[in-house]
Design a protein around this ligand. Structure first.
Ligand code: ADP
Ligand code: MG
Ligand code: MG
Length: 215
């Protein structure tokens, strides 16, 4: 593929939607263990709506694509994850839009900065921090790995692959944690021993970045 342009962001959202659809039942099973068994269906519906919105109104910039995705997830997903992911995408879009050279293609550094701003938006809205057993435990390490890889001057595809690996490791690391935010926190210690569903879906969404870059 080309650079971090509109087509790349659309490809990212398509790959994320596809992977969430394929793993919908696994995400819902994770949520059945420590939540209310709707995470896979929530996100599958939400991302289908995102693809529909992008087809209906083709975006003309990466920022526009991300803001449309965010607004759709906020509007269409009933669970906690909708506003959280929605805010992340919207904030990514806003951050790209307010950069020095908003427009058709963004630099890896600007993309990494926007990704970080999206993660910060989730932390603010969810009042969650690392170790609380949420999507943050996959997203924050992914953001750090991405920024580091970009600073080290790695090729974009390699930088995104490192982010994906960090997100997967972060999701796996939620297994022994005690949930302190969201529904799973109602279980207290009984949440130990299960992977957080939002961390699992975050790993899929970040992995989709690397897949989109190889398209
Ligand atoms: P709901 O819990 O409303 O049914 P979902 O099942 O779609 O929503 O999403 C649950 C996931 O959302 C959790 O696994 C967790 O990763 C994430 N989550 C829930 N609350 C918070 C929060 N306050 N901060 C960050 N992430 C959260
Ligand atoms: Mg749920
Ligand atoms: Mg629910």
């Amino acid at each position: 593929g080309g650079g971090l342009d509109t087509a790349f962001v659309v490809a990212w959202l398509e790959e994320a939607a596809g992977e969430i659809a394929r793993q919908r039942d696994r995400l819902t099973e994770l949520d059945a263990a420590i939540g209310d068994a709707d995470h896979g269906t929530n996100l599958d519906r939400g991302f289908s709506e995102v693809l529909r919105a992008l087809r209906e109104t083709p975006p003309s910039s990466p920022a526009q694509a991300l803001m449309a995705a965010g607004a759709t997830l906020i509007r269409r997903v009933g669970g906690a994850s909708g506003p959280l992911y929605g805010s992340a995408f919207r904030q990514m879009g806003r951050t790209l839009d307010s950069g020095e050279a908003p427009g058709a293609s963004v630099t890896p550094a600007a993309f990494a900065e926007a990704f970080g701003a999206g993660v910060t938006a989730v932390e603010r809205l969810g009042k969650a921090a690392a170790g609380d057993k949420t999507m943050i435990d996959a997203l924050a390490p992914a953001s750090r790995a991405l920024s580091q890889a970009v600073r080290d001057g790695l090729e974009t595809r390699e930088a995104l692959t490192r982010a994906a690996r960090a997100a997967a490791d972060g999701a796996r690391a939620t297994v022994p944690m005690t949930a302190r935010r969201g529904r799973a926190s109602y279980l207290g210690e009984r949440s130990v021993g299960h992977e957080d569903p939002g961390a699992a879906s975050a790993a899929l969404i970040v992995a989709a970045l690397a897949t989109a870059a190889s398209r």
